[in-house]
Design a protein around this ligand. Structure first.
Ligand code: DGL
Length: 352
């Protein structure tokens, strides 16, 4: 059964699309966008100074989210994807009220789970704030399907500590999930983008019939439709959709040789001082004005200026991403870590 519609689209070259999360969780959404779209200029903002959000008050998350999105809009974002279920739950109305660009939120895919596997209960895992939020209560209240929920705040900490499949992670997940009748489950919904790093461990612990569902495709489809006027269809044959893999019988195959991310952070991409990244994909930098970039201080123009910022990476398909941690451009060592995150996410993306 096919239950996702995938859009392989080419974004208008001049559009800047920003992704925002409390930390590295939103990279899972960005990673999929890098496969799905081409010719796009992305910004990524991880609020590393304030992660985790899920245990903070709603008022605090609203304030932090307004700051983050304000930064992205000041850096030229034409649309902002809140790649964080927690920030969406706490702050989406305030963000939409404060900024004129489209702000796309991220909701736990419980409706998709109910529509697809609703004959059995759904288990939603998310942060404490998302679980306690009115938004989720309204969403779940409209469903016929039995929906259980579980807050897993430590999983966010594990992810931020780059601890993805350690014995401690396994023990934590086993203990928490043991509170539920897992054999009865139809699906597990990942209601926090940080949880995408743990799909393999979750798959290991859950009975084999349980599907793992994230909200990434729905969010990107929404982004594509919000930006409808600026989009056109691309060939996209090199961008395999997850539907194909999802429908395939047999075991999960890890696609560790992804064309979308391979090789972009190789050591030779860094100059002798390890500070800048060469532009290996010139097509991604041509024809762009960098007016907003100039705000950061230099007279430099275009790709040259971006290379020196140290936080911008060019990808296949003519995409580029400029990365920020709470408003600071990433240095070379941090960019190498991002490479590791994207590689892990590549391995995780087809587990369902
Ligand atoms: N990644 C975020 C989410 O999707 C929140 C994690 C956190 O900061 O607690 O909910």
């Amino acid at each position: 059964m096919s239950y996702n519609l995938f859009l392989n689209l080419t974004l208008d070259k001049d559009l800047k699309i920003a992704f925002f999360d409390s930390g590295i969780g939103g990279l899972s959404v960005l990673a999929e966008a890098l496969r799905r779209f081409s010719g796009a200029e992305f910004l990524y903002f991880a609020d590393e100074d304030h992660v985790p959000y899920g245990t903070k008050s709603r008022a605090e998350i609203v304030r932090l989210s307004l700051d983050a999105v304000g930064f992205l809009v000041a850096h030229g974002a034409d649309a902002v994807v809140v790649a964080c279920n927690t920030a969406t739950s706490a702050a989406i109305s305030e963000l939409r009220g404060a900024f004129s660009v489209p702000v796309i939120g991220m909701e736990p895919a419980v409706k998709l789970a109910a529509d697809s596997f609703g004959a059995r209960p759904t288990l939603l895992i998310a942060t404490p704030l998302t679980i306690a939020g009115e938004k989720l209560a309204r969403l779940v209240g409209r469903l016929e399907c039995e929906t259980w929920s579980l807050a897993l705040p430590r999983l966010v900490e594990f992810a931020q500590d780059l601890e993805f499949d350690s014995p401690a992670v396994r023990a934590y997940l086993r203990e928490e999930l043991a509170k539920f009748e897992l054999e009865r489950l139809g699906s597990l919904v990942l209601g926090c983008t940080h949880f995408n790093y743990f799909k393999d461990v979750l798959h290991e612990i859950l009975p084999p019939h349980v599907r793992i569902i994230d909200g990434i495709d729905g969010t990107l489809n929404r982004l594509a439709s919000e930006l409808g006027g600026g989009l056109k269809l691309a060939c996209g044959e090199d961008l395999p959709s997850r539907t194909t893999k999802f429908n395939a019988d047999g075991g999960v195959e890890f696609d560790t040789n992804s064309s979308a991310h391979g090789g972009k952070f190789d050591a030779e991409d860094l100059d002798a001082g390890g500070e800048s990244v060469k532009d290996k994909s010139k097509q991604g930098s041509e024809g762009r004005g960098e007016g907003e970039q100039g705000k950061e201080g230099g007279d430099e123009q275009g790709a040259e200026r971006c290379d020196e910022s140290g936080g911008k990476i060019y990808y296949p398909n003519g995409n580029s991403v400029e990365y920020f941690y709470s408003g600071r451009a990433l240095d070379a060592a941090q960019l190498r870590k991002v490479e590791l995150f994207l590689k892990r996410l590549d391995a995780m993306r087809e587990i369902g």
